[in-house]
Design a binder for this molecule. Structure first.
Ligand code: AMP
Length: 467
């Protein structure tokens, strides 16, 4: 059992006060392991799934180490960039900076977030006033570097958050350019849900004998998430989804789709049927994405339909359910998707609607998570209630690929001419035998989960409150 307290980790009273306000009582396993190592000055390579508390695992020791440099002066020269946190997506950037700002509330350390998709000119004046902790997406940071609106030669700590996703999204060249501009003498931390050979290579290039820590098996899905598969024909998915969304535990649900078009179409159909739904995907503007996310967080929207690219890094407290309307073709995306629920020890449900065409991807997912997921055939009434499908071909967020509109064989309900005879689905369900995750008590009211303004500031910084 983890009996370490935040005070045992030798954090300053100002930080402890902010943690108490955030409702945190005990460090999560990744925090208990990482904080002492970072305070000692080690480089760190941490394998941690989303929802494990990894943000505080790097942010807390970072603030502790930077505290001697905190200054109440308004002079920009007194606030050089000392810590750089690189993240793959805008949403994650905003969330990480929100956390840093909450933990730094009683210090004079300043933080700022910069990301693309918004006018760079609005960010420059804030950068010029000086910030110790800069959270950035790689592309926008390079824009600022080119415009000479940021200097990185004073960085003493670097964090690569969700490094695996950064590489998946093609940020390697941008990362290399940024890393070349940082002082060699620095502390580097890398967080990744999975450790591929490419990640290991990256760590060799930019880290100095990193200590490796892992809190959950990499490539494994969280143990506190109940996973379930419904075998269903593609054209019955909407009907099944509508039925699932009427369930008691479906008060707040993220529904994942493979393509932007399916996301938009589903949102439209559900809205027509009276469900408060919205979609976020790469074709939406940053402001639209932030507004949709905010409405969802505030409970104004109960169903958020998202593609993988848009949903990466979303941290939504107490999300009870995730539904995969289409399962991802990359098995690792499945782990990331279901990690949206069951965060910080809470339990969650992840339901996947799998059509016959998708079975092969399901096999890959089960191989990756080393678990056979419980399967059930969808029990649906006659097709009469089913809405008309639009039959335009569609494209995935990352690759152009027309979607099949005709299912070749199926789980039609009621079972049509031929029942499905894949013996693989008749195998008994074998539950995941791995050790249960140490449950982490979620705070009743978290300072970080308070409702925010309907249109959030595009980047935020606040002068420190008095300690
Ligand atoms: P992360 O893995 O950093 O995205 O954190 C997942 C969630 O856990 C966030 O909502 C955090 O606010 C929350 N959290 C992080 N550390 C703790 C803690 N020690 N106690 C309770 N909640 C925490």
């Amino acid at each position: 059992m983890n009996t370490v307290s935040f005070a045992d980790l030798k954090l300053a009273p100002q930080i402890l006060k902010a943690l108490t306000e955030s409702g945190y009582t005990t460090p999560t396993p990744i925090q208990a392991q990482a904080i002492p190592l970072v305070l000692e000055g080690n480089d760190l390579m941490a394998g941690a799934q989303t929802g494990t508390g990894k943000t505080a695992a790097f942010a807390l020791p970072m603030l502790q180490k930077l505290m001697p440099h905190a200054s109440a002066s308004t002079s920009p020269a007194k606030h050089p960039v000392r810590a750089l946190i690189l993240v793959p997506t805008r949403e994650l950037a905003v969330q990480v900076e929100e956390s840093v700002r909450a933990y730094a509330k009683y210090t004079h350390l300043r933080s700022l977030v910069v990301y693309g998709g918004v006018d760079i000119k609005t960010q420059t004046p804030h950068l010029k006033t000086g910030v110790e902790i800069l959270v950035a997406t790689p592309g926008r940071l390079l824009d600022h570097i080119e415009q000479k609106t940021v200097l990185l030669n004073t960085v003493q700590m670097l964090v690569l958050d969700e490094a695996d996703r950064m590489l998946d999204m093609g940020f390697m060249p941008a990362l290399k350019r940024i890393l070349a501009l940082l002082p060699r003498q620095r502390q580097s931390l890398m967080f990744s849900a999975t450790f591929s050979d490419e990640i290991k290579k990256l760590s060799e290039e930019f880290m100095n004998y990193p200590t490796l820590i892992e809190v959950a098996r990499s490539n494994a899905s969280a143990d506190n998430i109940t996973q379930k598969v419904y075998l269903v024909a593609s054209e019955d998915k909407h009907q099944l989804l509508a039925k699932l969304l009427k369930g008691d535990d479906a008060k707040q649900v993220i529904v994942f789709t493979k393509t932007k078009l399916t996301a938009s179409r589903l949102a439209r159909q559900l809205q027509r049927e009276g469900v408060s739904a919205d979609a976020i995907h790469g074709d939406k503007s940053q402001l639209e994405r932030m507004q949709a996310l905010d409405s969802f967080k505030q409970g104004k929207v109960s169903v958020l339909i998202a593609t993988d690219v848009a949903a990466r890094g979303l941290d939504i407290d107490h999300l009870p359910m995730v539904i995969n309307y289409e399962i991802p073709h990359a098995a690792e995306d499945y782990v990331h998707r279901i990690g949206r629920t069951g965060r910080a020890g809470a339990s969650g449900t992840a339901i996947s609607l799998v059509s016959p065409e998708e079975e092969k991807y399901l096999v890959e997912i089960e191989k990756l998570i080393k678990t056979e997921i419980k399967k059930e055939k969808a029990d649906l009434p006659q097709h009469s209630a089913r809405p008309q499908r639009e039959t335009r071909p569609e494209r995935t967020e990352s690759a152009a690929r027309p979607e099949r509109t005709e299912p070749s064989r199926g789980y039609h309900s009621p079972a049509p001419k031929k029942p499905h005879h894949d013996p693989w689905f008749d195998k008994p369900y074998v539950p995941n035998m791995s050790e249960p995750a140490a449950p982490l008590k979620k705070p009743e009211v978290s300072a970080l989960s308070k409702p925010k303004a309907a249109i959030p500031a595009l980047f935020q910084r606040k002068p420190p409150a008095n300690p």
